[in-house]
Design a protein around this ligand. Structure first.
Ligand SMILES: CC(C)(COP(=O)(O)OP(=O)(O)OC[C@H]1O[C@@H](n2cnc3c(N)ncnc32)[C@H](O)[C@@H]1OP(=O)(O)O)[C@@H](O)C(=O)NCCC(=O)NCCSC(=O)/C=C/CCCCCCCCCCCCC(=O)O
Ligand code: FAD
Length: 676
């Protein structure tokens, strides 16, 4: 039997501790899901898709994934993704990227799969950088999955500094072809997802050489395997790079070329070109070939926010059914979620998940605007968005890693078991600190922008500052935090501005003392990355406030205001030393922030489970689907944790036999020998 309480499904069979939590919520989780995912329709579509998937047995995991070997993982993820392919047109709107992302993460989970990058990294550069003619040739085939592709940029020797990529694409005037070549071991492409064993095409980034002049990294469409036999084409060496920290259902690969020829028309040439006679036609922006990276980074805030939200769903639900120790009432042990330390571990991370998702919406929209502008030849927004997304990808990936790790620790010993699934989420999410631009490298990209902006402000040209950095020219006026969020923003603006100015001045002083520009930059790099983080955290706070301001439903607005206040106080407390240092913040204000933080934890407590329920992750997505219902685990919606942990342990392959060869071959002889 089910009964509906404020639209939250309360089921008789659920763990009563979780049922109790759901009853205390002050808001409707379906309504909150609309705010999280952007509209009633989008939230409803997610539920419909999850429901439809749960009814298709072949889309379920055939075994708990952590018990599979690498080969089995790849086989299993490929089985699921190809089965899914058959059902996709019926289940989702094929032109809707969010629906596609959602259904893949339902079915595949965090292990990855051989098509994971086909849609996110192969098709998008083809769309962005390919001409209409090239779309005609490859896009339809790629979308129909007649061909499988990947994005091959990083090399063994170079990932961050892409101007130094060693793979060359030399234009041959006589044959009107490009000759792709890997001159050294270091120049082998290394890391591209789905390259190792699955792809038969790749968008390859190589240095374009015409008449011995190097024009820098350009994108080429390259067929790497035969479409019938799937054997590598002559002149190509390709394979898997081996197991990784996580994401082992995907085959990240290596790729080398031995004077491999491709037609002139395979240079993706929407924005640049090489004419028959070797004349190079420049793109409208120097870094046009990097536009695809801005796109991926612009999606990372929302993506990482949902990664963290999944770990928190597991940890918060578990914390509501885990009872250990006593508070006042000595007749019943308390839910660990009642400990202030547990709340302090988990609730600020819930707030960050919401903040990242809201911020992600804005950056995705900004990217879409950029894309439209680029299509009509206007590249003026590129620098701003590059700077913004460089900072955001770095801050959100790092903080997501922190949040997921706290979620794991909050689950005690069971968090360390792979039955929690948190380690897999962590392994995948933390990769984000590295891929799409190593975090320090990207923070330094934003720092270039901040330093230039401070220089403009110093030169008395505040009118030239973009809206994102206008605050760098604001006067310092002390604020009273009691007045609310705007005062927090002003405090944060002061901190961020001061750090940007300090770092810039230090950089200038170094150069004035005779240190070269590059060396001076390096000697200020830690201060510069601090400025970038503060600027980005300020931006995330502002997007959170904007989103909450825009909400009309009062019950939702109230709980999100509590969450936002928690975020504001937690973030400000974390960076308070910057404002205490110059007396902008008083110690009384510091005490106020701490008290506000503790009171926010109390306010959020009754809504905690419903705040994570509102993400509406299915049990399948948290790896607890219907078919292997017995095999899970901490995050299950029904809260029946212990019996399922026992079932999970019993299903371990080690328990399929009582006496293992390790005992008969080694331990037994050792013990026998010791007896002699
Ligand atoms: C930018 C660099 C660092 C430097 O480039 P360089 O050419 O040398 O430039 P500089 O001389 O430094 O000059 C900088 C100037 O150029 C401007 N600039 C730079 N970039 C841009 C740009 N993009 N746009 C505009 N302007 C730009 C910059 O502002 C400077 O201007 P100024 O001089 O100051 O005026 C560059 O080298 C670089 O970008 N490096 C990083 C390389 C990188 O990012 N590589 C990415 C490779 S692809 C990759 O990593 C792919 C990864 C895929 C991973 C997928 C994993 C998927 C996980 C998901 C799992 C799903 C599970 C779902 C589960 C569930 O939900 O359930
Ligand atoms: C899971 C995963 C999936 C990936 N998928 C793909 C893919 O599909 N396609 C693809 O092409 N690539 C892919 N990559 C590669 C990825 O993009 C690179 O690893 C990443 O860009 C970092 O480059 P790097 O490995 O050269 O790191 P390095 O640059 O060697 O970083 C090592 C250290 O040097 C520091 N460092 C480097 N340069 C500077 C600098 N200028 N200033 C200060 N510090 C610096 C870094 O901060 C870091 O601490 C993937 C990587 C991972 C982990």
């Amino acid at each position: 039997m089910t009964m509906v309480f404020l639209n939250k499904e309360i089921r008789d069979g659920d763990n009563p501790d979780l049922t109790e939590e759901r009853k205390t919520a002050t808001f409707d989780t379906n309504k909150m899901a609309e705010v999280i995912y952007g509209s009633e329709k989008l939230a409803r579509r997610r539920r419909e898709i999850s429901q439809a998937v749960s009814l298709i047995p072949e889309l379920a995991d055939s075994k708990p994934l952590p018990f599979l070997s690498r080969n089995e993982k790849i086989l299993e993820s490929t089985r699921k993704v190809t089965a899914l392919n058959e059902h996709l047109p019926r289940l989702i709107n094929m032109n809707d990227e969010d629906e596609a992302w959602h259904i893949h993460s339902e079915v595949i989970g965090f292990e990855g799969n051989p098509l994971a990058l086909h849609h996110s990294l192969f098709i998008p550069p083809l769309v962005i950088q390919g001409s209409d003619e090239q779309h005609e040739k490859w896009l339809g085939r790629a979308k129909r999955r007649e061909i499988i592709g990947c994005y091959a940029q990083t090399e063994l020797g170079h990932g961050s500094n892409i101007r130094k990529l060693e793979t060359t694409a030399t234009y041959s005037l006589s044959t009107q072809e490009f000759i792709l070549h890997t001159p050294t071991i270091n120049a082998l492409k290394w890391w591209p997802g789905a390259l190792g064993k699955s792809s038969n095409h790749a968008v390859v980034v190589a240095s374009l050489i015409i008449k011995e002049q190097n024009y820098g990294p350009h994108l080429f469409m390259v067929q790497i395997r035969d479409e019938q036999s799937h054997e590598p084409l002559p002149g190509i060496a390709v394979g898997d790079i081996g197991p990784k920290m996580a994401f082992n259902g995907a085959d990240n690969g290596f790729l080398g070329f031995n004077n491999f020829r491709i037609p002139r028309g395979n240079l993706l040439n929407r924005h640049c070109n090489v004419e028959v006679d070797g004349t190079y036609v420049r793109p409208p922006h120097d870094k046009m070939n990097y536009a695809g990276m801005i796109r991926v980074r612009s999606r990372m805030a929302a993506e990482q926010g949902t990664f963290m939200a999944q770990a928190l769903t597991i940890a918060v639900r578990y914390s509501a059914v885990r009872r250990q120790g006593f508070l006042e009432n000595k007749s019943q042990e308390v839910k660990v979620l009642d400990y202030q330390t547990q709340q302090h571990r988990l609730f600020p991370a819930i707030a960050r998940s919401y903040a990242f998702i809201f911020c992600g919406f804005e950056t995705i929209q900004k990217y879409e605007t950029l894309q439209n502008e680029m299509n009509s030849g206007n590249v003026s927004l590129m620098a701003d968005l590059h700077a913004l997304t460089s900072g955001i990808k770095s801050v959100v990936t790092y903080q997501t890693g922190e949040g997921i790790e706290q979620a794991r620790m909050a689950c005690g010993g069971h968090g360390y078991s792979m039955a929690s699934y948190i380690s897999e989420i962590y392994g995948c999410a933390i990769g984000g600190c590295t891929y799409e631009g190593e975090n320090m490298v990207m923070l330094l990209q934003l720092a270039r922008y901040l330093v230039k902006s401070v220089e403009l402000a110093m030169r008395g040209k505040p009118g030239d500052l973009g809206p994102m950095v206008a605050y760098l020219a604001y006067p310092d006026i002390k604020v009273d935090l009691v007045t609310g969020p705007e005062a927090y923003v002003k405090m944060f603006q002061h901190i961020s501005k001061r750090q940007s100015i300090k770092a810039t001045e230090k950089f200038h002083r170094k150069m004035e003392s005779g240190v070269s520009r590059d060396e001076a930059w390096n000697q200020c790099a830690v201060e510069l990355t601090r400025a970038s983080r503060l600027h980005t955290r300020l931006y995330i706070i502002e997007t959170f406030i904007r989103r909450v301001d825009s909400i009309e439903d009062l019950s939702i607005k109230m709980v999100l205001t509590d969450l936002m206040n928690l975020h504001l106080n937690y973030e400000l407390l974390d960076v308070a030393s910057y404002a205490l240092e110059d007396g902008f913040m008083s110690s009384t204000q510091m005490g106020f922030i701490k008290n506000q933080l503790y009171s926010s934890l109390e306010k959020i407590r009754p809504n905690a489970v419903s705040l994570v329920d509102s993400f509406q992750f299915s049990d399948l997505q948290l790896r607890s689907n219907l078919l292997n219902f017995l095999f899970q685990v901490l995050g299950r919606r029904d809260g029946h944790v212990y019996q399922n942990l026992f079932e999970w342990a019993k299903s371990s392959p080690l328990n399929q036999t009582e006496v293992l060869p390790s005992v008969t071959q080694y331990l037994k002889p050792m013990m026998e020998k010791a007896k002699l």
